[in-house]
Write a protein that binds this ligand. Structure first.
Ligand code: PRX
Length: 661
């Protein structure tokens, strides 16, 4: 389709804001009739009417829905917008924990399973809404007895056990601010976050399970607390029964703390805008930033988006495979689904433990009906082979979801065919730590899906695609994805750094929230995320999005996973360097040539990789995102600089460096 022999003047004529769109995906999958018949929202007209109402008058739209929360005191005003600071439900008082638990007491949901937890070694625990309420109250009383008060920051570093959810909800109940730190982070990372947040109390466990190994959580915390002077107390859950050193004035066992605690604790009536939690995420600078979310708007936004996107029904068994250490766990394991009264499956461990079919085994055992996971996991499943899937009865599934990165169309097709058996809609949900909840996604009973597109914005979300100068681009042209209107789940700032908040999100394109993503909108109004703004390659005057090249590579039968980055090139500006994980077959020059040909065929000569390196694994963050910054350094032959604390496996870096073309 593309020919590098384009005349020079054509290349010069490409404006800096133009991103060449080379992805051709024409398949469309309407929602299955059987699904539509039972869906909560089932017609395009209904969706359009909601979207139009929310865009025209957000206050009226969200004000109407706000009655679904419990209010200790009513709010005076739905929205005060003092750009870039939003206040939602001004003057009202509510409590995020109350909205997840107490609202279900005295209803048929009281004795319904809230959590079905499976540990990595195989044990299962079920907590009903009534039981979860009691455990949360006991722990809330325990925290109060340690002196935790409204506004205090509690740092949580735990394995994926029910007590992690209990700890989060207990903080919310008493008005403390939780800062959950993913259990895979190092002690350095914990200390950085504790100090930035000025955490007062730490909660952890003796250890956690991961792929049959014990993660020494308490040991990491001990090292972190030596450098976290603000932390006064540390609560330790006994998960393994290991003997761990306890520091007498500081450390207390979870079971001792709650031994005498009453199973009832009043929920604090919190101001709508009281901070519910901070969650640290990486920025482009390498210094993690604490994204701040507040009480009422976040509670409402996560509940409603959960109901719309997952079409939740009381009889569903819902499983989101994220860890509570990430925003997906906060919004779609804890606050959204519990407010919606769902039954939530939580799994502690790795997807390939003891074997590569653990996820399918869990779906079969617990009769999971809604399954929400990440494209990176899907690519691993593909690599491990279909025989792991074929051993299991997945007929309980009715809806599939993805989150965290764009999904390559070929991986989407595999998910659709192999896991969904062509009967389950797939919701590709686009959002961010900062957005609090899902922003763009198909509605499963309404939206025809296209593999690789997150389709259309949810009600209340008004996206635009603009040039760096702020002008909207034409159909099918790439540009910066911005959001034109505040929404209830949006971040309220960066903890302790209003200046960085303004600069990073609100200064580049006036009066718009800058997502940091590139996207295009097609002729049907569907959005296609084209990677981060800094993932854009500029090859011979053309901009290319990395995901398009990666999708092309992954569509080759021998390729399991691929990452594309740019490296400096004297002639073309940037050359395309790709890192390829093979599904089968051996690396060879012939295969390199074949892959080049394949990309040329799929996209055009423009995108043809200059360097192809084969590798067994890609460097990823613990949430599964490819660390392109590191790959760019490797591709350019540079030393890696900056923050590598989120890297899953350091040996990957060393192995990649050893590889020369
Ligand atoms: O680049 C987008 C990508 O992940 C970024 C947000 O990352 P994080 O804050 O860690 O939150 C991940 C979980 C919500 C986005 O800016 N991203 C997330 N979902 C998608 C996606 N890219 C394409 N398609 C998606 N569905």
């Amino acid at each position: 389709m593309w020919d590098l022999a384009v005349p020079l003047d054509f290349r010069v004529a490409m404006t800096s804001s133009h991103i060449a769109n080379v992805m051709q995906e024409r398949r469309v999958f309407p929602p299955p009739a059987e699904f539509v018949a039972r869906a909560r929202i089932r017609s395009q007209a209904e969706y359009e009417a909601m979207w139009q109402e929310a865009a025209a008058d957000p206050a009226a739209f969200w004000g109407r829905l706000a009655g679904e929360l419990h209010w200790f005191e009513p709010y005076r005003e739905v929205l005060q917008w003092n750009e870039p600071f939003a206040s939602w439900f001004v003057g009202g008082r509510t409590n995020a924990c109350y909205n997840c638990l107490d609202v279900h007491l005295g209803t048929p949901r009281q004795n319904k399973a809230a959590l079905i937890w499976e540990g990595e070694p195989g044990e299962v625990r079920v907590l009903t809404y009534g039981m979860l309420h009691r455990e949360v109250c006991r722990f809330a009383n325990g925290l109060r007895s340690l002196g935790v008060r409204q506004g205090d920051v509690v740092s949580i570093y735990m394995p994926m056990v029910p007590e992690l959810v209990i700890a989060m909800l207990a903080c919310a109940r008493i008005g403390a601010v939780h800062s959950v730190i993913f259990g895979g982070f190092s002690s350095e990372a914990i200390a950085d976050r504790n100090n930035d947040a000025r955490a007062k109390v730490q909660i952890t466990a003796d250890a956690g399970w991961r792929r049959g190994q014990q993660l020494p959580l308490k040991q990491n915390v001990d090292a972190a607390l030596a450098k976290s002077p603000t932390v006064e107390k540390c609560v330790v859950l006994r998960r393994m029964g290991n003997s761990v050193p306890m520091q007498p004035d500081r450390d207390v066992w979870w079971h001792d703390l709650i031994a005498q605690a009453a199973p009832d604790a009043a929920a604090e009536p919190m101001d709508s805008e009281a901070t519910l939690f901070i969650l640290y995420t990486s920025g482009s600078t390498g210094k993690p930033k604490g994204i701040r979310h507040t009480t009422a708007g976040y509670s409402l936004y996560t509940k409603k988006t959960c109901e719309w996107v997952f079409d939740l029904r009381d009889e569903d068994i819902y499983w989101c495979t994220a860890d509570c250490g990430w925003i997906t766990g906060h919004s779609y394991i804890v606050y959204g689904p519990l407010a919606a009264g769902a039954t939530v499956v939580i799994y502690e461990g790795a997807p390939n433990w003891p074997q590569e079919d653990r996820f399918w085994q869990i779906i079969e055992n617990h009769r999971v009906s809604i399954f929400y996971t990440a494209p990176t996991a899907i690519r691993s499943f593909i690599k491990w082979g279909d025989h792991w899937v074929d051993k299991h009865d997945l007929s309980s599934l009715r809806l599939l979801g993805t989150v965290g990165e764009g999904i390559n169309p070929e991986a989407w097709m595999w998910y659709h065919r192999k896991i969904g058996r062509e009967r389950c809609p797939i919701v590709d949900t686009w959002w961010q730590t900062e957005t609090g909840g899902i922003m763009m996604s198909p509605l499963p009973g309404v939206t025809p899906t296209k593999p690789g597109s997150c389709t259309r914005p949810l009600p209340g979300v008004v996206p635009k695609i603009v040039t760096p100068e702020g002008n909207e681009v034409a159909v099918n042209q790439g540009g910066w994805l911005v959001i034109a209107q505040p929404w209830p789940g949006m971040l309220r700032g960066i903890w302790g750094d209003d200046q960085r908040y303004r600069e990073q999100y609100w200064s580049r394109v006036p009066h718009h929230y800058l997502t940091g993503d590139n996207a295009r909108r097609d002729e049907d109004g569907y959005y296609w995320i084209m990677g981060r703004i800094d993932d854009v390659l500029n090859v011979a005057g053309h901009r290319l999005s990395t995901i398009e090249i990666e999708s092309a590579l992954v569509s080759h039968p021998l390729v399991a996973e691929a990452a594309a980055v740019g490296r400096p090139d004297e002639i073309k500006g940037e050359a395309v360097a790709v890192f390829v994980v093979l599904r089968s077959g051996e690396p060879s020059d012939a295969l390199r040539e074949e892959l080049r040909r394949h990309v040329r065929k799929e996209i055009g000569a423009l995108a043809q990789p200059d360097d192809i390196r084969f590798t067994n694994a890609l460097p990823k963050t613990r949430s599964g995102k490819i660390m392109r910054r590191l790959l760019r350094d490797i591709a350019a032959g540079r030393e890696t600089v900056g923050d590598t604390t989120t890297l899953e496996d350091y040996s990957v870096l060393a192995r990649l460096r050893e590889q020369e073309e």
